[in-house]
Design a protein. Structure first.
Lengths: 396, 396
C-alpha cells in the first residue's frame, strides 16, 4: 500500500503519460492504485495477474497495447521534483476523493479525469454546486455574444457560476459576462492551464484565474490538439447541472458538449435566434429534433435547474437543504402548481384553457405551471394536449 | 319543411342578427332548421316546446335572453331582396353542407359559423385542403415581416394556401409573400368582406380576392369590433391543418389563435427569433411552455403537416380512383391548357409563376388551366408545387 502523497504524484504523472478518457487507463484505475499503474508503465509489465486487474485475454491484449502507448511519453515525464514544481504560481492538482473534487465528475465513470490541474483561487467543488455551462460557436454573431454575456452576467448576479471553454465567441462572451457581474467563472481548457491558447485570451484567463478557475486534465505546458477539445467537453458537461447552447451552427463543436450533457442526464437548454442566422441553426435543431428546452433568459435557466417551487427564491440563499437526487413530490409544489396538477383528469388529455377553468386560475398561471410540472415529470405533452404521466416523477 | 333557398336566406339573415359563436344560436341550429329559428326570432317566440329544441328550464331561460338580444338587430335586418343584393360584385354566401363548405369548420361543433361570406374566385374547400394559417403580431419587426413573407412565398411555391387575418404586420406580410409566389391566400376578416379595415389594406384585400379569397362570418358592410377578432380566430385555426405563429408579444392576439388551434387538435408551430426582441417572446413561450413545435422554414412546416413518409415523395402517387370512362386526351385540351401542360417539366416540381413564363401566358390563365388540368388528371399538386402525373390521365 502506497502513501497518499505518492498516489497523488502518480496521478499527476499519469496526466502526463495518457490522454484523458483513455478507456484502458480508466479500467486499470478502477482496479489498481495509481502508483501501482505508474510503476507498471515504468516497468513495462501489467500490474498483477489475478482477477483484481481485469485479467481476461482480450482486455490483457488491449492493456498491453495501451502500456506501449503510455511508455512512449516516459522520456518526457518530469521527475517527481519537476511535477511538484509545476504546482506553484497558483497551479495545483486535485484528485478523486479530495474535498475539492466535484461529485459530478464521478458521473463520467471510467472516463472520469485521472486528476485535474487548477489555476485560480476558487474551490472547484463549491463553485460548481450552482453552475451552468454555457457554450457555443467560436464564430459567434454580435447577437450571440451579446446574449451570452447578458445571460452569464445575470446568472452571475444571482449567484450562479459559469463554466465554459476558452475559445473565442460564445465561450469568451460568457466568461466576460460573469466577470462583469463579479461572479465566479470557470474555463475548462484543452491544454495546460498555463498555456495561452488562443494567445489572444492570455489576459482573459488571468482575469478568470484571479477570482474563478482555469481547469485542465492536461498537465501544465501541454499544447492543445484537435481531439482534445472534444474530450474536454465531457468535463464541461459533467461539472454542471445544466448546459446552455447559445449559438451553434449545424456542425458546431458545442453540439458535442450538448451530447455529453444529454448522455449524463444533465439539463440541456438552447437559446433561439433569428431563423435567418446560420449560427442559430444548431440551437433550433436541438430544440426541434432533440426536444431540448428553449431558454431566453437567466430566469428561464434557473427555473429549469431548480427543484420545483424554488426557482424564484426571495433572497440569495443557496441553502436549500433538499438533496438534488430526490425527485420532487406533490408536497414540494407551490399552491398554483398543485391546483393545476389537481385539475388534470385521471385519464385522457386536456388543454390549458380547460385546466384554467377547472383549476380556477388564469391561463398565464396554467402555462407557467405546465412548464414546471413537465420539467419535474408530473405531466407530459401528448398528441392531443397534456396528460398526467402515468408513473409520476421518476423515482416516485 | 322549408325550401333550400329559404334555409340559405335564413342563414344569411342570422349572420346579420347574431354574433358568430353565440352558444344559444349554435344550440338552436343543432336542433331546428335555420328558417324556423329566424321565424322564431321575428315572432319573439322560441321554436317548439318539445324535447326537440332543448326544452329544459335552464336552457329555455338562456334562449329567451338570446332571443331578446337577436331581436335588437331586427330593425336593421335587410329584407330578402336586400340580403340577396349583397350577393353580387363577387360576394357570395356558403352554408354548411355546400360542396364548398370546408370540413374543418365542422370541428368547431356548435361554434361553427352559421354561414360564410366570401369575396373572391377560389373554391374555399379546395383551397384550404392544403393550407397553413400564419399569424402574428401587428407590430411586427422587420425580421418578423421578412420571415413571414419568405416562408409564405415558399409555402405558396410548393402549392400550399396561406390563411391569415387582415391586420398590419405578420398577417399582411404572409399574404404578400403568398401573392408574390402567385399562390392562393385567404384573409379571414372580423368585419364584412367589403369593409376595408384597416383602411390601408383595401388594395391588399382586392389583390387577395383577385386570385384567393376574403372570408367573413359577418355580413357585408359590418364594422369590426374588438371582440370580433378573437371570435374570428377560431375560423382561421379550424380552416387549416396547422397554424404557424411568426412573431407574437407576450399578450399578442396571435396566442388566441394558437389556443384555438391547440384546442382543435391542429398542429401548432412557432418561429423563433432573437431573445432580445419582445415580439418573439410569445413564440418562445409557446415553444418552451406549451411544447409547440419550433419551425424555421417552409420545409419544416410541410414536414410537420404531411402524413409520415409523404413530405418528400420519391415518385408519383398511387393511381387515383377516377372513372375510366372517356378520359380526356391532350387533343381535347384548349390551346391555353395545352401550352400550360407543355410548360411542365418532365420530372420534378414547378410553380404557377414559372409555368406562366415558360408557357408564355399570363398568370390568371395558368391558374385557370391548373384547375382544369388537375381535374382531368394531367397534373397534380405536390409538396413542392405542381408536377405532371406520371401516368397521365387514368385510362391512357
Amino acid at each position: 500500500m502506497s502513501s497518499q502523497p505518492e498516489q497523488r504524484l502518480a496521478r499527476a504523472a499519469l496526466t502526463h503519460l495518457a490522454e484523458p478518457g483513455d478507456p484502458a487507463l480508466g479500467a486499470l484505475l478502477a482496479l489498481c492504485e495509481p502508483a501501482e499503474v505508474l510503476a507498471a508503465i515504468k516497468a513495462d509489465m501489467l500490474p498483477g495477474t489475478g482477477p483484481g486487474c481485469g485479467d481476461t485475454p482480450a482486455s490483457r491484449a488491449a492493456l498491453e497495447r495501451a502500456l506501449g502507448r503510455w511508455r512512449l511519453r516516459l522520456p518526457e515525464l518530469p521527475d517527481d521534483a519537476g511535477i511538484a514544481a509545476a504546482r506553484r504560481d497558483g497551479i495545483r492538482l486535485i484528485c478523486p476523493g479530495d474535498p475539492e473534487w466535484p461529485d459530478g465528475l464521478d458521473d463520467l465513470g471510467r472516463a472520469r479525469p485521472y486528476a485535474l490541474w487548477l489555476r485560480g483561487r476558487s474551490d472547484l467543488r463549491r463553485s460548481s454546486l450552482r453552475s451552468v455551462s454555457m457554450v457555443g460557436s467560436r464564430a459567434a454573431t454580435a447577437y450571440g455574444a451579446h446574449v451570452a454575456g447578458e445571460i452569464a452576467a445575470d446568472l452571475g448576479e444571482r449567484g450562479w457560476t459559469i463554466v465554459s471553454g476558452g475559445a473565442y465567441g460564445i465561450d469568451a462572451a460568457a466568461h466576460r459576462g460573469a466577470l462583469v457581474a463579479h461572479a465566479i467563472t470557470i474555463a475548462v481548457l484543452a491544454c495546460g492551464v498555463d498555456y495561452p491558447y488562443p494567445a489572444g485570451h492570455a489576459d482573459l484567463f488571468a482575469e478568470i484565474a484571479a477570482d474563478g478557475l482555469v481547469v485542465s486534465e492536461w498537465p501544465p505546458g501541454r499544447r492543445p490538439a484537435r481531439l482534445r477539445f472534444l474530450v474536454r467537453n465531457r468535463v464541461i458537461a459533467s461539472l454542471t447541472s445544466g448546459t446552455v447552447i447559445v449559438e451553434a451552427g449545424e456542425r458546431s463543436g458545442a453540439l458535442n458538449t450538448a451530447r455529453h450533457a444529454a448522455d449524463l442526464g444533465r439539463m440541456l437548454m438552447a437559446v433561439p435566434g433569428p431563423v435567418t442566422s446560420a449560427q442559430s441553426a444548431g440551437c433550433h435543431r436541438l430544440i426541434r429534433d432533440w426536444g431540448v428546452t428553449l431558454v431566453t433568459s437567466a430566469a428561464d435557466i434557473i427555473e429549469m435547474l431548480s427543484p420545483i417551487g424554488t426557482a424564484d427564491p426571495p433572497a440569495a440563499s443557496p441553502a436549500k437543504t433538499r438533496s438534488p437526487d430526490l425527485p420532487p413530490s406533490r408536497d414540494d409544489l407551490d399552491e398554483d402548481s398543485a391546483r393545476v396538477l389537481d385539475a388534470f383528469p385521471a385519464r385522457g388529455h386536456t388543454g390549458p384553457a380547460t385546466v384554467a377553468v377547472d383549476a380556477g386560475v388564469d391561463l398565464d398561471t396554467v402555462l407557467r405551471c405546465l412548464g414546471l410540472l413537465t420539467a419535474n415529470g408530473f405531466i407530459e405533452r401528448s398528441e392531443n394536449g397534456w396528460r398526467l404521466r402515468r408513473s409520476g416523477p421518476p423515482g416516485r
